[in-house]
Design a binder for this molecule. Structure first.
Ligand code: ZN
Length: 136
């Protein structure tokens, strides 16, 4: 067997056996223990449909819902959240996008709080060191 034939043979063995309506074969790799790829495996048909549907749903939610916003202070977050809540309320943005923004702003506030606290502690520690050095 020539090298090229061997390559074709191996490649064919790895490919899904599904034949499309135009008589071409599916070029996707087959899943382990099956002659078919994930999409064409009869056992996975329901899962594949769901995956495809979820993919479509996620793509549908991707979009531009406003201009870029500077978020520097908790007050900026407060204004942003107010706008997001109103946008969900009036149907300008999908609920899922609003939920996602709610979660992200919560993360932002937690990170802000942590760094703010850290800076305060650093200042306090620096103050204590100053007092200690004055005693000497
Ligand atoms: Zn396939």
């Amino acid at each position: 067997m020539k090298f090229q034939d061997a390559v074709i043979n191996v490649t064919n063995k790895m490919n899904c056996k599904f034949i499309k309506s135009d008589d071409s074969s599916c070029n996707a790799f087959h899943t382990q223990g099956s002659d078919y790829c994930f999409r064409h495996n009869p056992d996975f048909k329901e899962k594949a449909t769901l995956a495809s549907k979820n993919g479509g749903e996620n793509r549908r939610l991707q979009g531009v819902y406003g201009k870029k916003i500077e978020l520097r202070t908790p007050n900026d977050i407060k204004s942003f959240l107010g706008m997001v809540i109103n946008s969900v309320w009036t149907g300008k943005i999908p609920v899922q996008v609003g939920t996602s923004m709610g979660f992200l702003t919560k993360c932002w506030l937690e990170a802000y709080e942590m760094t703010d606290m850290e800076n305060r502690i650093k200042k306090l520690e620096a103050g204590i060191t100053d007092i200690d050095s004055q005693k000497l």
